[in-house]
Design a protein around this ligand. Structure first.
Ligand code: ADP
Length: 193
């Protein structure tokens, strides 16, 4: 089972690239943000909690995010692999992921970090906000708050994987296909169908 993490700031194209890789390799794409938005839509207990946090640009608690990952892994025992998008977002989630994977005899095989200029990120997020009902993409102060959280809490996650030796930084500014072909150069052939 191949474990791939696509990381980067809000608007860096994580979900877009993860969706392409899901289709190409037959991996399960796990977006913790999407799971939470589905819970909000379904008005579950978790959704009601998440709605306020996400709308203000804050994270959901680490234990909730980790629980979602445990469930996804449990529910896909036959999967060829997973692409995690938006997780881990804090160093605490990072440590928990290591424990979760180790207990399943798995490890992170590859961590891809998408780097995008902030002006480009803001343009992309505001465009997404105008095309969707995502409140967190529609308000510039919420977007800036998400960048702050990213720099303070999520960037240290990248440093952790640099130390693990499976870390790749990529320029996420170019168009979707170009970024995808750079990702394909990194991923080993044996994962291809
Ligand atoms: P983006 O990366 O563009 O901000 P996501 O869909 O990954 O979009 O996340 C949307 C929101 O969902 C985040 O701002 C956060 O509030 C919440 N969220 C997603 N993943 C996590 C996580 N692993 N831990 C805590 N909160 C999360």
């Amino acid at each position: 089972m191949y474990i791939l993490i696509i990381a980067g700031p809000p608007g860096s194209g994580k979900s877009t690239q993860a969706a392409i890789l899901e289709k190409h390799f037959g991996f399960v794409h796990v977006s913790t943000g999407k799971i939470l938005r589905d819970e909000i839509e379904a008005k579950t207990k978790l959704g009601i909690l998440a709605e306020k946090l996400i709308g203000n640009g804050n994270f959901v608690p680490d234990d909730i995010a980790c629980e979602m990952i445990i469930n996804v892994i449990k529910n896909h025992p036959e999967s060829k692999g997973f692409v995690f998008d938006g997780f881990p977002r804090t160093t605490a989630q990072c440590s928990s992921l290591k424990e979760i994977l180790t207990s399943n005899e798995l490890k992170v095989d590859c961590f891809i970090d998408l780097e995008v200029d902030e002006s480009n990120l803001i343009d992309r997020l505001l465009k997404r906000g105008s095309e969707s009902s995502r409140k967190d993409d529609s308000d510039i102060s919420v977007i800036k708050h998400r960048f702050d959280l990213y720099y303070h809490h999520t960037l240290p996650v990248s440093e952790f994987y640099v130390g693990e030796g499976n870390y790749f930084k990529l320029n996420g500014n170019p168009e979707i296909d170009k970024v995808n072909s750079e990702i394909m150069k990194i991923l080993p052939d044996y994962t291809i169908n």
